[in-house]
Ligand binder design. Structure first.
Ligand SMILES: Cc1cc2nc3c(=O)[nH]c(=O)nc-3n(C[C@H](O)[C@H](O)[C@H](O)COP(=O)(O)O)c2cc1C
Length: 325
């Protein structure tokens, strides 16, 4: 299918950098966009609420300045993630700010709402909605989402359980709009593989936690570098919804990663009502102390600038194309 210009024209690699609770802020977003991939952050990272306006003013000003200095290779567009869940008391206010700034791409998670999509469409923005199965995909499109993010097994954060092949195949059977694939994509070869399997773009998160611009504890970045797929634990213990977390961070919180037990009541969100964990370290909180990551991090072997990470991905992608195509 033909991608809308906002997902095509200014991208120098077919990648959307996914929103990362706590971790992504203006510095990372600007570095991603100026390196030619869509950068994004969750609106909830801008705290307290008025900070969202400051972040959007900052990002748009820095990108405009970059464009003025680099008219031949302007920055890729940016995206803001909205958690569309009834527990998100900021939703209406954050949406109004998004409309005011005419944010080009809005990523909605944990709930699809027609009125949210209508608000983004009112100024010409597009909405990408993330889904873990074909049923949610159909619902999202019925409510007016422009594109879908298929969150497959192995993704960081609230991952799905389906194989990327199965998920893309079922969605592509009826949907010819923009389709992104998420889950353990951390190498340029995997970006090409996502396209071969039916996606238009790759959606990548964990690989950017180990960037100098990421707002993450240095021990978190180093644990991403030192860990591989075998160090990722899939559990509902921390938020009530299954997600992928770093084994080492669970251990550091005084919990046994192999005996996590029952989940807490479902609070399927990124930090809207996060609570303390019972256990030897009562202050350990999901995302802040129990660190999320996807299974692809074996490809990460150093903490680098986002520009260097994207350069590596671009070289790997080009090489994979040269070998296969
Ligand atoms: C630490 C962390 C925080 C995340 N926070 C969010 C979030 O706030 N909103 C959201 O929609 N997805 C969030 N995700 C999921 C990512 O957007 C994306 O689906 C995932 O990172 C892709 O898989 P990968 O990490 O294997 O590349 C988060 C993932 C991680 C690892």
């Amino acid at each position: 299918m033909t991608l809308p210009p906002v997902l095509h024209d200014r991208l120098r690699l077919p990648v959307v950098a996914s929103p990362l609770f706590i971790v992504s802020g203006p510095d990372l977003v600007v570095a991603q966009c100026t390196s030619g991939v869509v950068g994004s952050f969750p609106s909830l990272n801008a705290r307290p609420r008025p900070v969202l306006r400051e972040w959007l003013a900052d990002i748009t000003a820095r990108l405009a300045k970059y464009d003025a200095n680099n008219p031949e290779a302007p920055a890729a567009p940016y995206a803001v993630n909205l958690i569309v869940h009834k527990t998100n008391s900021r939703l209406e206010e954050d949406l109004a700010t998004i409309v005011e700034f005419e944010v080009p791409i809005v990523i909605t998670s944990l709930g699809a709402r027609a009125d949210v999509n209508d608000a983004v469409h009112s100024y010409g923005g597009i909405v990408l909605h993330d889904v873990i199965d074909n049923t949610f995909a159909r619902k999202a499109v019925a409510k007016g989402a422009d594109g879908l993010i298929a969150v497959a097994a192995g993704a960081g954060g609230h991952a799905g359980t389906q194989s990327p092949f199965a998920l893309l195949q079922e969605i592509r059977a009826w949907f010819d709009g923009p389709l992104l694939l998420s889950g353990a994509i951390a190498h340029g070869r995997a970006i090409l593989a996502a396209q071969a399997a039916g996606a238009d773009l790759a959606y990548m998160g964990s690989v950017f936690i180990a960037s100098t611009e990421a707002d993450a504890d240095l021990r978190y970045k180093q644990m991403i570098v030192d860990s591989g797929a075998g160090d990722i634990v899939y559990s509902s213990r921390f938020t009530g919804v299954h997600g992928n977390y770093l084994r080492g961070s669970i251990r550091a919180a005084g919990l046994d990663p192999d005996a996590l037990g029952d989940s807490r009541p479902a609070v399927p969100n990124f930090g809207i009502t996060e609570g303390a964990e019972p256990g030897p370290k009562p202050q350990a909180k999901p995302w802040r102390d129990i660190w999320g990551a996807g299974q692809g991090i074996g490809a990460v072997d150093a903490v680098l600038t986002a520009a260097m990470i994207i350069e590596r991905l671009r070289a790997e992608y080009a090489q994979a194309r040269a070998v296969l195509l």
